[in-house]
Design a binder for this molecule. Structure first.
Ligand SMILES: NC(=O)c1ccc[n+]([C@@H]2O[C@H](COP(=O)([O-])OP(=O)(O)OC[C@H]3O[C@@H](n4cnc5c(N)ncnc54)[C@H](OP(=O)(O)O)[C@@H]3O)[C@@H](O)[C@H]2O)c1
Length: 261
């Protein structure tokens, strides 16, 4: 018997990297999973990659979460195919890469990051609550993917870091308002996660990153999926408004070992 037998889960950005592990985790533990990427090509590629992992029985549909019409269409599919929703994982993110420093970045890029990470995440959550959770006896749980960069900034990622800080505040605000309605809202804040971007990283840089982790390794997608699944499950039934860090100990150290004094 699976922990999520009979449950219906939506994972945004389930088509690559950590999203694939999130879809795999919930499918393997018994859930019916819906996932989306932002384009037809990226969503189709995600379906192929999940099949290569032996993951089946999920539904994929393209949905740009900053586009309300596409979101409605995705929720129509969930309604038609499953008739309910129990867990929403707000994983989709605009990484805000290549913006340059704060003096030269185009403010339009800032809007793009917030439109996906903050406003998109809010809109999906609002729709999940109104279309499903509030109509069901067993309400629902929401888990956002935040980042430890909300607390400890990384260079040339002003919009991204700010968006993750906004997510942490939004999680607390949503949790407060939705708790009386029986809906829980939490976040997992990862540090380094292994993604396809590591495959093209200079090996010396990858080694230096690992040295920056007290546990000496970045998270796998499944490390993060394990925390998200816990927060979504009844094991975390008395938790709401929490941001749980999963970053190999990065946040607890003042300086990495090689420069410590
Ligand atoms: N990787 C890390 O080291 C790290 C560290 C801390 C926190 N996190 C957080 O953990 C989560 C997963 O990270 P990741 O590195 O696996 O992410 P990623 O590789 O950057 O993938 C982002 C996902 O979001 C989707 N997405 C982007 N814009 C979208 C939109 N407008 N509508 C729908 N989907 C959209 C992408 O779909 P497309 O393929 O269609 O673009 C993709 O599936 C993110 O929230 C990230 O911020 C990651």
């Amino acid at each position: 018997m699976g922990r999520f037998d009979g449950k219906v889960v939506l994972v945004t950005g389930g088509n690559r990297n950590t999203g694939l592990s999130l879809v795999e985790k919930f499918v393997r533990e018994g859930a019916k999973v819906f996932m989306c990427g932002s384009s037809d090509a990226s969503t189709a590629r995600g379906v192929e990659m999940l099949k290569e992992r032996g993951v089946e029985g999920f539904t994929a549909q393209t949905c740009d979460i900053s586009d309300i019409a596409q979101m409605r269409a995705l929720f129509d599919t969930i309604e038609r195919e499953a008739g309910r929703l129990d867990i929403l994982v707000n994983n989709a993110a605009n990484q805000g890469l290549g913006h340059g420093g704060p003096l030269e970045m185009d403010p339009a890029r800032f809007h793009e990051v917030f439109n996906v990470n903050v406003i998109g995440g809010f809109q999906v959550t609002q729709m999940a609550c109104n279309r499903f959770f509030m109509k069901q006896e067993t309400r629902g749980a929401v888990v956002f993917l935040s980042s430890n960069t909300a607390q400890r900034a990384i260079r040339h990622r002003t919009a991204y870091c700010a968006s993750k800080g906004a997510i942490n505040s939004m999680v607390r605000a949503l949790a407060l308002d939705l708790a009386p309605l029986g809906i829980r809202v939490n976040a997992c804040a990862p540090g380094y996660i292994y993604t396809e971007r590591w495959d093209v990283l200079d090996p010396a840089k990858a080694a230096r990153r690992r040295l920056n982790c007290p546990l000496r390794r970045e998270a796998s997608g499944m490390d993060i999926a394990n925390v998200v699944a816990f927060l979504a499950s009844s094991d975390a039934g008395n938790m709401t408004g929490e941001v749980v860090t999963c970053d190999a100990g990065c946040s607890c150290q003042h300086m990495p070992e090689d420069v410590d004094v």
